[in-house]
Design a protein around this ligand. Structure first.
Ligand code: SF4
Length: 360
């Protein structure tokens, strides 16, 4: 077996990999993770090369920047071009909108600023009371409580929120409806699970007979998760298991969940190239409408164009194809000159593969 560089315990990793080979059924088995950090761990540590050829781990829609539909980038662009200062995470700037990205809106004179979190946007708004600010609030269940907390605290009057948070379990359900994907189990994301706990995943083993293992981000965590999923297949059962018990509790982070439910309603939401998924997005409750950037600044955009010609992000995001199977990968589309959102974000599968030297 190849040297396992970077593993805390290479011997244990070798044992787990050996056990995985022993458990692997003789048919093609496909597990799916839904987390950019899991994809980074898989790729960076070469975990796929440790698995038998008939055990695949595919990447689902786990990159919060990649899943943003073009229409919501268009909304942020419209705000910036109207003179509102848009504050958001650096990864978002180069994500293509239907026409312009936020970086291009900035080049046209829009004021677009990079922040590390919503707290920075609050600080800027307080320091410049004569300017209107909008915080472009993206991310999954991990960042939504931070947005909610600022809304509840009572933000400065010159700050509003362009809320584009998305929820992970509905995206997992979408994957089960993709007829020819044939997933045999999920590796659920550790970060998101820290907030939501295990309960939202119960539906997968109970209603779909689909095994789920919540996993951490060390390479051994991911290998253990694959091993646990294979054990379930071998036992012909579907269970919900928690490999990341050192961090994730059954009930999740009760305080964070309360913040989310106090501030947001769950609504249908658009996912780039995948259409609208039921109950997959958050919006501000009616009592917080005055902080809604869309209403305050009368933002109106047409349906967005999610994919530039040739971009296969929608197929990469559901694990239907590998990045290297996109005809543009590392040709017309590179990290320096991205054609799709999956090549922009550090959590995007295409970018992760590109940065690790995967060739077309
Ligand atoms: S390689 Fe580029 S164009 Fe192809 S799917 Fe990935 S981001 Fe889209």
């Amino acid at each position: 077996m190849k040297e396992l560089a970077g593993f805390r315990d290479p011997e244990l990793a070798k044992q787990v990999a050996k056990h995985i080979r022993k458990l692997a059924p003789d048919y093609l088995t496909k597990f799916c993770h839904v987390c950019g950090t899991h994809e980074w761990t898989m790729t960076h540590f070469g975990l796929r090369s440790l698995l038998p050829k008939n055990v695949e781990v595919i990447a689902g829609p786990g990159c919060p920047v990649c899943v943003l539909p073009a229409a919501e980038i268009d909304e942020a662009v419209e705000l910036a071009l109207k003179g509102v200062t848009v504050a958001t995470f650096g990864d978002v700037l180069r994500v293509p909108g239907s026409d312009l990205s936020l970086a291009e809106a900035r080049a046209k004179g829009g004021d677009v600023r990079v922040v590390y979190g919503v707290g920075d946007a609050v600080k800027m708004a307080k320091e410049e009371p004569s300017r209107e600010f909008a915080f472009f609030a993206i991310g999954f269940e991990t960042t939504a409580p931070l947005t909610a907390n600022e809304v509840l605290k009572g933000p400065p009057k010159n700050l509003s929120f362009l809320v584009s948070h998305r929820l992970i379990p509905p995206a997992m359900e979408l994957l089960l409806g993709v007829g020819d994907l044939h997933i045999d189990g999920f590796i659920a994301p550790g970060h998101v699970s820290t907030i939501i706990g295990l309960k939202p995943y119960e539906v997968f083993p109970s209603a779909y007979r689909m095994p789920v293992v919540v996993a951490g981000f060390e390479p051994l965590d991911v290998l253990f998760a694959v091993d646990l999923l294979l054990r379930q297949l071998g036992d012909s059962v579907a269970r919900l298991e928690n490999e990341y018990g050192r961090v994730v509790r059954w009930e999740g982070n009760v305080k964070a969940l309360k913040l989310i439910s106090q501030v947001f309603d769950v609504v249908d939401g658009g996912w780039r190239g995948l259409g609208r998924l039921p109950s997959s997005a958050l919006t501000l409750k009616d009592e917080f409408r005055e902080w809604d950037a869309r209403e305050r600044h009368s933002v109106r955009v047409e349906v967005g164009r999610d994919l530039l010609p040739g971009c296969q992000c929608h197929l990469v995001m559901i694990g239907k194809i590998k990045p290297s199977e996109c005809p543009l990968f590392m040709g017309a589309c590179t990290p320096e000159s991205p054609r799709g959102a999956c090549m922009v974000s550090v959590e995007g599968t295409c970018r992760i593969w590109a940065k690790h030297g995967v060739k077309r």
